[in-house]
Design a protein around this ligand. Structure first.
Ligand code: NAP
Length: 304
């Protein structure tokens, strides 16, 4: 794949930005990729490990002359970052973001985007529980979805080009509206994260066993919860505060289902439980058939 942008600016240099950098460099997708991070510590790390062709001490300097600007900061920081860089954006440039929530970002960022600059929000459905400039790797986006959320009046060529960029990194792409995005992600990501946080919190409350059994006998189910619950606290705080309605809607439904299962256990309604688990097993099969997870025993782990 040939070069798609002459100069790309990454604002925020954590897991997603560093993965974007390594993927763009590997595939020659940008002439130059520059970066900015808030703390001098992160900027020093980036310089040390060769993350970005150049690191700037201000976001304004980083975006000057860039054809593509990617906002890779927590959802709650998008507004202030967009406001700061807006006057320095080049005419004809595209601004995108990788935030996990879309409606709140569209509402916060779009008003700052000057006339003649294109805003095309995005969201990679790819990540790990690690964060920071050292955590990225070029393969993060391979075979994962990169959702594109064009806003009203988004320039068709700008949308096509960014879609080509994400595809060139190995991602599958789909376009959707911001509200629909937030509802889908509340089901597939946000509510499950909250449930994982809760489950780990419950185990921690049982302090009698925390020191010993919960850790020692951490079976796959609970261990998967702890991995998810190790995700970045700032990122996830911002996700819930900025996707409030959809998350609360899904959690309401979750609570109803939980009560139904609780009742089935109390009344020893084995048929209900069996039917329920048969239905959920079919969903899992569908995910594996769609290539979204591995069917390997123990999720492909080498050791239990
Ligand atoms: P990360 O590794 O924690 O990095 C965040 C970066 O943003 C750091 O460079 C940090 O700067 C900077 N930052 C934090 N607060 C800031 C503020 N108030 N103003 C300016 N810069 C600030 O985060 P990430 O995982 O790459 O996530 C970045 C975005 O991608 C988030 O919007 C998140 O919702 C989205 N996302 C994440 C995942 C995932 O699994 N991690 C998946 C998809 C999308 P310092 O290092 O200097 O503090």
């Amino acid at each position: 794949m040939s070069q798609l942008y002459d100069r790309v600016a990454l604002i925020g240099l954590g897991l997603i930005a560093s993965s974007l950098f390594w993927a763009m460099k590997r595939d020659g997708l940008a002439g130059e990729v520059v970066g900015y991070a808030r703390s001098s510590e992160t900027r020093a790390t980036a310089r040390e490990i060769g993350l970005c062709d150049r690191i700037y001490d201000t976001a304004v300097e980083a975006v000057e002359g860039a054809d593509l600007v990617v906002l890779c900061v927590p959802v709650g920081a998008m507004d202030s970052v967009a406001r700061e860089i807006a006057p320095a954006l080049k005419q004809g440039a595209t601004v995108t973001d990788v935030g996990s929530v879309k409606r709140a970002i569209v509402d916060a960022v779009a008003p700052h985007i000057p006339e003649g600059v294109h805003f095309v929000p995005s969201h990679p459905l790819a990540g790990t529980e690690h964060s920071g400039p050292r955590s990225g790797f070029a393969e993060l986006f391979e075979d994962r979805w990169f959702l594109i959320v064009p806003v009203e009046g988004s320039d068709a060529n700008a949308v096509d080009r960014i879609e080509t960029l994400w595809q060139a990194m190995g991602s599958k792409t789909a376009r959707m509206d911001a509200d629909h995005h937030d509802l889908v992600l509340a089901v597939t990501s946000h509510a499950p994260h909250l449930i994982a946080y809760t489950m780990v919190g419950v185990a921690d409350d049982l302090s009698r066993v925390t020191d010993s059994e919960v850790i020692n006998y951490s079976a796959a189910g609970f261990r998967d919860f702890t991995r998810i619950a190790a995700s970045d606290p700032t990122m996830w705080r911002d996700v819930f505060l900025n996707n409030k309605d959809a998350t609360l809607e899904i959690l309401g439904r979750f609570t109803e289902e939980l009560f139904a299962l609780q009742r089935a256990i109390r009344t020893e309604d084995g048929d209900m439980l069996h039917d329920y688990f048969t239905r959920t097993r079919a969903i899992r099969r569908g995910i594996v058939e769609a290539g979204q997870d591995t069917d390997a025993p123990n999720f492909g782990r080498s050791k239990s």
